[in-house]
Design a protein around this ligand. Sequence first.
Ligand SMILES: [Zn+2]
Ligand SMILES: [Zn+2]
Length: 665
Amino acid sequence: MTNQTKQPCLRVIPLGGLHEIGKNTCVFEYGDDIMLVDAGLAFPSDGMHGVNVVMPDTSYLKENQKRIRGMIVTHGHEDHIGGIAHHLKNFNIPVIHGPRLALAMLTGKMEEAGVMDRTILQTVAPRDVVKVGQHFSVEFIRNTHSMADSFSLAITTPVGTVIFTGDFKFDHTPVDGETFDMARLAHYGEQGVLCLFSDSTNSEVPGFCPPERSVFPCLDRHISQAEGRVIITTFASSIHRVAMILELALKNGRKVGLLGRSMLNVIAKARELGYMRAPDDLFVPIKQIRDLPDRETLLLMTGSQGEPLAALSRISRGEHPQVQVKTTDTIIFSASPIPGNTISVVNTIDRLMMLGAKVVYGKGEGIHVSGHGFQEDQKLMLALTKPKYFVPVHGEHRMLVCHSKTAQSMGVPADNILIIDNGDVVELTADSIRKGDPVKAGIELLDASRNGIVDARVLKERQQLADDGVITMLAVISTDGVMAAPPRVNLRGVVTAADPRKLSLWAEREITWVLENRWQQLSRNSGGKAPDVDWMGVQREIEIGLQRRLRRELQVEPLIICLVQPAPGGTPAYKGRSDAEPDTRPAPRGGRGGGRDGGRDVQRGERPERVERSQQPRRELAAVGAAPAPAPAAAVASAPVATPARVEEPEISGRTRRRRSAAAS
Ligand SMILES: [Zn+2]
Ligand SMILES: [Zn+2]
C-alpha cells in the first residue's frame, strides 16, 4: 500500500453527492494541485429543525486551502453551485471557470453574501480548454440537461484523461438548439479515457429519457383547455421548461405573472443573457394581473417541491396576499418531487384540490421529464467514452450499484469499477484504480439566517425541544452547600403523567443528591473566605441527574435547564419533603451518601457540555425575589471579605445581571 501511495497518482475525492442527491462537491488532486469541481448544497431532511441548508463538511479543503488552484463549474443548478458563496467565506478559491449562465446566477449569490472580491469568475464557451494549476487541463464539452448552458468535462492529467459527465441526458432536439457535443466524447473515447465519472440519478430507469420537448404538447393541451386561470409551478432553474411555458403563454394568448424570488431572478438573468426569448409585454406585474380576464392569465411560480415559504404553498394555505385559489383555476405541477419532498408536495396538492381547483400532476400526464439520462443514455455515454475504469457518481447507493451493473453489461470488468462514498479517495494511475485512506467528510447544517452553523449539540437540543419539550428548574443553594428554598420546576411542551408535585420532589432529590455527593468536588475552600463554588458544575450535575430519572421513570427526554440561585452562607436549610412524602417507587439510590443508581457514574465521563445558558428563565428569577438578595455584580468583584451578603455569582446572562444590579443599587 505504501509503495502505491508514493507513486504519483490522481486523487479524486467527492465531498458530497454520493449516497444522496445534492451538494455535489468533488476534489481533484495531483501533486501539489487541488482543483474543485462544483460545490452544491442539499436541503434538510425531517428532524433537522430550523435548518434550511445542508453543506458538505469542508474541513479537508480548509486544511489544504493553500493548494487550491481553482474551481470548475459544470452548470447552474443549486446542487452544483449553491455552496460556493458560503465556501468563499471559509477558504480561498483563486479562480472559478464555468458557463455564462451558471456564473451569472452565482454572481447574484456572491453579491448577496458579500464575497464578490474573493475570487475571479471566468466564463467559458463550448470546447474551451482551461488550465488549472500545473497538472490539470479541462475541456468543456457541451451537454444536454434540464438546465441551459451545461457541460461535461474532459480533465487531462499526467496519468490520463478523465471524463466527468456532470448532470446529463442525451437530448437530440434540445429546446435551445444546443446539441450534445457527442463528437468530442467520441474523440476522447478514441484517444483513450482512463476513467469515467458518470451521473447515476436515473440508473434504475430503463430506456432513453424522453426529450424535454416532449412535454410541450401535453402542457399545451392543458393550457389551451383551461377555462380560467392557469397556474404552473416548476423549478425556476429548469430554464428549458420555463422557456417552453412562456412560449405556450404567448401561443395561447395569456399574459404571464411571476411569483417567487428565484423565478423572477432566474428569468431576468436568462432573458438578459439570451437563453430565453420572450417579449417584454408578455409579463404583467402580479398586482395588475387581477385586472385581466382569467382566460388571459398564466401565473408561473415557485413551490413545485412544497417548500413551505414558496408562493404556491402559501397560496394553498390561503396565506398569499395577492393570489387566492379560484374553483376555475387549473394548477399544473411541471416537476416531480425530489425524494424527501414527496409528503409536502402531496399535502400542497391536497389543499389546492380542497379549495376546488383542478390540479394536474404526476407521471401519467406527460408534463414533466427528467433532466438526467436513463439506462440507455448511460450506456451511450459508456459506449462513446470507452473508459478503462468507471466510477458511478451523483446518486444514492442503490443507483450507484445499478449504474455499475450497466457498466459491467457494457464490458467494464467489475474490478475496474469503484463504488464510493463521500470522503472516499479514488486513486488513479495509468494502470490502476484503488480506494485510498478516506478524508473527513460529513455535513454542516446552516440555520435560517444562513450564517449560523447548527452543530450536533444544537441539533440534539432542538430535537429534544421538538419531541419532548423543556423543563426549567430553579434551585436556591447557599454557598455552604444547603438547599435554601424548594426548587421551582416549570414545564413547557412536556407531556407527562407525573403531577407537578412529583416533579418538584424528584428535583429536590437530585439537588440533595448532588449536594451530598458532589459538593466536595464542586466547591473549594480558598482560605477562610466563602468557598469557591463551580455553579455551572452544580447545575450540570442536577440536569444530568434529573434527565436520567425522567428517562427511566417516564421514558421522556426533555431538554432540562437548571439554574442555581446562590444564597449566602448560613442561610437556613429548607428541609425538603422527601421524608414527609416518601416515593412510592423503590428509591433509585441507596441511603444517604450512597451511590446513585450505578449507571450514572458510568456515564460521568461524557457529561454534555451545556454550559452557556443565555435563555435564563428570567420570570423565575424575579419570582424568587424573596430569596436572599444577592449583592450587586460590582460589589462581588471588588468587595472586601467583610461584605456581609457576599455571594459567588454564577455565570448568568448579561441581561439578568444588569437587571439584578439595577435592582440592588
Ligand atoms: Zn443539474
Ligand atoms: Zn445535479
